[in-house]
Structure formats: structure tokens, C-alpha cells
Design a protein around this ligand. Structure first.
Ligand code: OOG
Ligand code: MG
Length: 256
């Protein structure tokens, strides 16, 4: 059953097709089952030539938790095809995409185990870079339970990182003010401490959650620490620009 659900979700992710929440047909599924479904579905992607390049945390800010009505952090898997090389998002293959500003960590040492601390994460951080994540739940109306969203790889779709890489000691990474503009109008704002008080804590939490499932962060992996603000809906023609104060601006143009 788990394998069948994983295969179904993989097909919907690959083809950008919406589906009913899996908990409608399988109300008995729990969050552990959902992480197994996530692992198996992304294993399909990996087998088809799309390697794992990192992990993402989700629902690490109150703004995000409230917007989807799920009140605990989750993680998802990032594969190569999710990373946009250009600041352009094609609506082709998208369902109902939303964009959110995040802080990303590039990791250069293995990170694992329940005893992980923020110091361990800093020691293993190659650089930090701002990012925009595009989430696109495969579920109708972008509506789901915790179990559903975990199984659907935490709504992962695409992401783009900024052009400048920053030393971990460059600034206080919990003090980055972010403003999100859609077609020149400010639609969201927040500060990076909205993510678990400090984005580094999101990486710490990720490592602990991964270690429960026998997983770890490998050197060379990128970690998205979670949306600082609510995500904004986008459609063809929209231009999104995130101003990360004192760092850089990251933009995304949405096309047919
Ligand atoms: C779940 C994914 C959340 C974040 O950064 O909080 C996420 C969702 O909102 O659909 O990526
Ligand atoms: Mg996100």
C-alpha cells in the first residue's frame, strides 16, 4: 500500500497534476508512514536520474504554520531538477504555485545524530545564501493534514538561490529583514528570527528529525530552513522580488 501511494504521488509530482489528499482514502496513515512514502517517492525520482542535493525544512515559522493550519515543522527532500538556474518559473507543470523567502545553508561536513548542536552546524557551514522557494502542493485547494503534506515531500517544487554566497560570520543570520514584493507591491514582510528564533536552529532540528529516520545531511548538500513569511500565490506574468536587507535581492519571473 505504502509503495503504491508513493508511486502515485511521484507521478503527480512529475507531471504537475493535482490529486485528492491521501488521508481521504487511507485515514489510518500516520506521519511515520508519510515520511516512508516521501522517501519512496523521491527514490523514484533519484532512480530516474534526478539526484538528491539537499533537504528543506517547512513550517518553521508561525506565519507558515497558520497559513496551512499545520502546527509543527516538517522536512522534505530536494533533488537537482528542483533548483532553478535562471530566475524564471514556468507555469507549465505547475498546479497552484506559491513563493516564499528563505535562508539556505550550504553544508560541507556530515551532520547526524540527536546530540547535534548549533555549534556543530556552524562548523559545517560552507556558506549561507538567501533563496526563494516555490511550493506547489499536489493536493486540491492546497489543503492537507500533516500526514498528507509530509507524504507529498512538504509541497516541494522548485527553488532558486541568490548569486552572492555569504560567510556564516558575515552578519547575524537571525536579524535579516525580508520584504516580499509582487509586481512592485509589498505583500509580505518578516525577519529571519521568525524561523525557530534563528535559521541555524532549523538545521539543528532537521538533523534530529533525520536521525530518527536513519538519515543525515551529507557534505555538499543545501538546506532550505523554511519560509520566513507566508507564501504568496503567483501566476503567469508575475514578478516576485525578495529584499533580504543588507544581503541581496532575489527575484523570480513567472512565465507560461
Ligand atoms: C508546506 C511546505 C512548507 C515552508 O517553508 O514552510 C514550507 C506548505 O506550506 O505547503 O516549505
Ligand atoms: Mg519552504
Amino acid at each position: 500500500m505504502i509503495t503504491d501511494i508513493a508511486n502515485k504521488i511521484y507521478m503527480h509530482q512529475k507531471n504537475g497534476l493535482e490529486m485528492d489528499k491521501i488521508t481521504i482514502e487511507y485515514p489510518e496513515l500516520n506521519v511515520n508512514n508519510a515520511y516512508e512514502i516521501q522517501r519512496l517517492s523521491i527514490e523514484q525520482a533519484i532512480k530516474n536520474g534526478d539526484p538528491l542535493i539537499g533537504w528543506k525544512m517547512g513550517l518553521t515559522s508561525i506565519a507558515k504554520q497558520k497559513s496551512v493550519n499545520v502546527d509543527e515543522p516538517i522536512y522534505g527532500r530536494l533533488t537537482k531538477s528542483m533548483e532553478l538556474e535562471e530566475n524564471q518559473l514556468s507555469m507549465e507543470g505547475s498546479i497552484h504555485p506559491r513563493v516564499e523567502p528563505e535562508i539556505a545553508f550550504m553544508i560541507n561536513k556530515p551532520l547526524f545524530g540527536q546530540d547535534i548542536t548549533a555549534k556543530d552546524v556552524w562548523d559545517a557551514t560552507e556558506y549561507i545564501v538567501p533563496a526563494l522557494e516555490v511550493i506547489d502542493s499536489r493536493y486540491k485547494n492546497f489543503s492537507f493534514t500533516l500526514t498528507d503534506v509530509v507524504a507529498d515531500n512538504a509541497s516541494s517544487s522548485k527553488f532558486i538561490v541568490g548569486k552572492q554566497v555569504n560567510s556564516p560570520t558575515y552578519t547575524s543570520w537571525d536579524q535579516i529583514k525580508v520584504e516580499l514584493y509582487k509586481n512592485g507591491v509589498k505583500v509580505q514582510s518578516g525577519v529571519s528570527s521568525d524561523v525557530l528564533d534563528h535559521p541555524v536552529e532549523s538545521v539543528v532540528k532537521l538533523v534530529k528529525m533525520l536521525s530518527k529516520n536513519g538519515e543525515q545531511i551529507d557534505p555538499g548538500m543545501i538546506i532550505l530552513t523554511g519560509g520566513i513569511t507566508e507564501a504568496v500565490h503567483v501566476e503567469d506574468g508575475d514578478i516576485i522580488e525578495a529584499h533580504f536587507e543588507g544581503i541581496e535581492k532575489v527575484s523570480l519571473q513567472v512565465k507560461k
